[in-house]
Design a protein around this ligand. Sequence first.
Ligand code: GLA
Length: 386
Amino acid sequence: MTQSPMARAATQFEAAFGAAPSIQVQAPGRVNLIGEHTDYNDGLVLPCAINFGTAIVARRRDDRTVRVIAADYDDAADTYSLDAPIARLEAPMWANYVRGVIDDMVRRGLPVCGMDMVIAGDVPQGAGLSSSASLSVAVCTLFATLPGFGHLTPIDLALAAQRAENDFVGCKCGNMDQISSAAGVAGHALMIDCRSLDVTPVPIPSNVAIMIFNSQVTRGLVDSEYNTRRLQCEAAARHFGVPALRDVDLAMLEARGAELDPVVLRRARHIVTDSARVADAAVALAAGDLARMGELMAASHASMRDDFEITVPAVDELVAIVKAAIGLQGGVRMTGGGFGGCVVALVPHALVDAARAAVAQHYRAPNGEQATVYVCSAAAGAGACP
Ligand code: GLA
């Protein structure tokens, strides 16, 4: 059996630093069930934290040096002093997520101290399951265990991680991934109001499996297209004279849509309709109404494909294959930022094998690869481990 990320990190720590770690933390990745690109429009999302995550084991140092080892990258290392400005690196990127969080904490005057740390994770990378948010939230969680940090809530940790990604790493993501990772509740999805930051746990019925299919299509255009979508959404909000598309409803869009550039109108329609679908989905999921979830997830996928234009043909095909296997008994859609990555399905446990078999038989990525399949559970959020 392969070692857990925590065990791998601990073994590596002892080998590299010659002592046992004294702090262990973990932070999960997430899968978004519905509500895509709505977070940076101040809308609603319905993700859940998953049982794949990032583990960090660490020990405080008496000096001002930070030494970080990434066990998953051939033990790549990054060493720096807290007394000098912390710079963003061209490479490796993983190091910037750690540097970004520490830089944010130093700037906020928090009592950051020197640290030896080893990081390991098992979130599939580049698949839209928030491996990077799980890393930055794990780093926040680690330092939050230190004396002098006061009581930081999961939302505080999530916002610190998001600041690091926005301001230091340079990724203009919203707040969904970090809040999911920090505030996850086992067995529950989270309805997050990305404006008020209210988090409402929504129970996932015990007969429902969360399946994730990795299309094996790398998310090539994600950064540039992500930023273009953000700008289009902001343009639409400006047109209506509101702070964000959260403040626009379908009636407003229909009444004044002709004033908008047709592409911007479609982008806005996706945001307005997908955010509304989240509210409906939270009710349907809690009631165990998988047929309704299926309708909502299908409508969300069509909206991402036709209005927001963030799907790719292979992902559309994968969604169609899973849908054919589960029929009206479950839901499936692309999840995450788009342009490849993963598809999420909510299916009764009894249909897991059928969905898996259909994908093995009928799906091939453009490069000929099969999809990888994960049957996940909804996990608790980040925290220190005893
Ligand atoms: C990425 C971003 C999130 C969110 C999703 C799309 O995962 O990091 O903030 O915008 O895309 O829903």
